[in-house]
Ligand binder design. Structure first.
Ligand code: ADP
Ligand code: MG
Length: 350
């Protein structure tokens, strides 16, 4: 970890994120703090989806010491993929990125806040704390995961890959975004009422305890065979094909109040793979999510919940229609595989 006081920062705000108050959050809480700390910044208000992605793809990055997002996780997903779209992505992805929670899904901000060992905080308190950390200018490495879709598209992800219950709740609860982060709890209750089973094949490459990572600058997906080829013998193929959810997560928090991976670190080089098999009762599933608030779901002794630390995974849905999300954003539905790239990104405030 090194201390790098941010000098010139670009702050990208999605005015539509969360309850539609991200700009007010900036002027009300962050602007004064930056002025007080003498941190020069330029404010960019996004006008549409992919505006940030296009801007970052073309920006002269030598002008900036950090790019900071005030929004939910979706805008950071755009920025990271915009950086990875560039010809000079190897250099570009090293620019420190910061996240200030202004959306309804602020998982990375909650995770980074948790890694900093600050006392737990939610909502505007979390924003203030993240703003304070930003002014201190600590920078640390962050894992990224490359995700391959059936159309051969490759995406970069910093948070999660989800299918089934979690993906459905995330997307279906968009319509309650005006209530803020509590939309996930509302969505969970609605989805529980119409709980379904999702059929598919899941396979993964488990982590061997002694393995040490070779950190490379170029994210070559050396662990992944072609998506049409079978997985290698070193992979574990899950016997069950009936799931309630599959969630691959690489940070501690799935949302501000969902502490999904108690032991996770920003650059632990691990994909934390959770799946819940069919047959779980509604009350048992609800219990898992309620326990997750304090990171207690793994201690529930639920026989349907499986947790594995992996380096790579492949999911092939059999259910003909459904939702897959990457960092909370919907991606093309179909076979998908992913592998971790330890610490290739720099994140402010870790
Ligand atoms: P939230 O956590 O509230 O969902 P996000 O940052 O995840 O907030 O943004 C939600 C979606 O809005 C993302 O898909 C993002 O790409 C998109 N987006 C970004 N800027 C705009 C804008 N100006 N208008 C509409 N959508 C936008
Ligand atoms: Mg979002």
């Amino acid at each position: 970890m090194e201390v790098r006081r941010p000098c010139r920062i670009m702050i990208l705000v999605n005015p539509q994120s969360g309850r539609g108050q991200a700009l007010q959050l900036f002027t009300g809480h962050i602007q004064g703090m930056l002025t007080e700390a003498s941190v020069p910044y330029t404010l960019v208000i996004t006008e549409h989806q992919n505006h940030a992605r296009e801007l970052v793809r073309k920006a002269d990055l030598s002008q900036w010491d950090a790019l900071v997002i005030l929004s939910g996780d979706g805008l950071l997903f755009e920025v990271i993929n915009g950086l990875m779209d560039r010809e000079d992505w190897q250099e570009a992805i090293q620019i420190p990125l910061g996240i200030l929670p202004g959306g309804s899904g602020n998982a990375l901000a909650a995770s980074v806040h948790h890694y900093s060992q600050s006392p737990p905080a939610w909502n505007e308190e979390l924003l203030l704390s993240c703003g304070f950390m930003l002014c201190k200018g600590l920078v640390g490495p962050l894992d990224l995961v490359s995700v391959h879709l059936a159309s051969k598209q490759r995406l970069f992800s910093f948070l999660s890959l989800a299918w089934g219950f979690v993906a459905d709740v995330d997307i279906e609860s968009e319509k309650y975004r005006h209530v803020g982060a509590i939309r996930f709890l509302m969505g969970t209750l609605v989805r529980l009422a119409s709980l379904r089973v999702y059929q598919g094949r899941l396979a993964y490459l488990p982590v061997k305890e002694i393995e040490s990572d070779t950190k490379t600058r170029a994210p070559v997906d050396s662990l992944l065979p072609d998506l049409e080829q079978p997985v290698p013998d070193t992979w574990t193929v899950v016997k069950e094909e009936d799931f309630v959810l599959v969630l691959a997560i690489y940070q501690s928090h799935l949302a501000e109040d969902l502490w999904t991976v108690p032991g996770a670190m920003a650059d632990d080089g691990l994909i934390h793979l959770f799946y819940v098999t069919a047959g779980i009762s509604r009350p048992a599933l609800l219990r898992l999510f309620l326990a997750m608030e304090k990171g207690g779901h793994l201690a529930c002794g639920c026989p349907h919940l499986v947790y594995e630390k992996v380096k790579a995974l492949r999911l092939e849905p059999i259910t003909p229609q459904g939702m897959i999300t990457v960092d909370g954003e919907v991606v093309e539905y179909g076979p998908v595989q992913a592998q971790i790239h330890p610490g290739i990104e720099s994140c402010v405030s870790i």
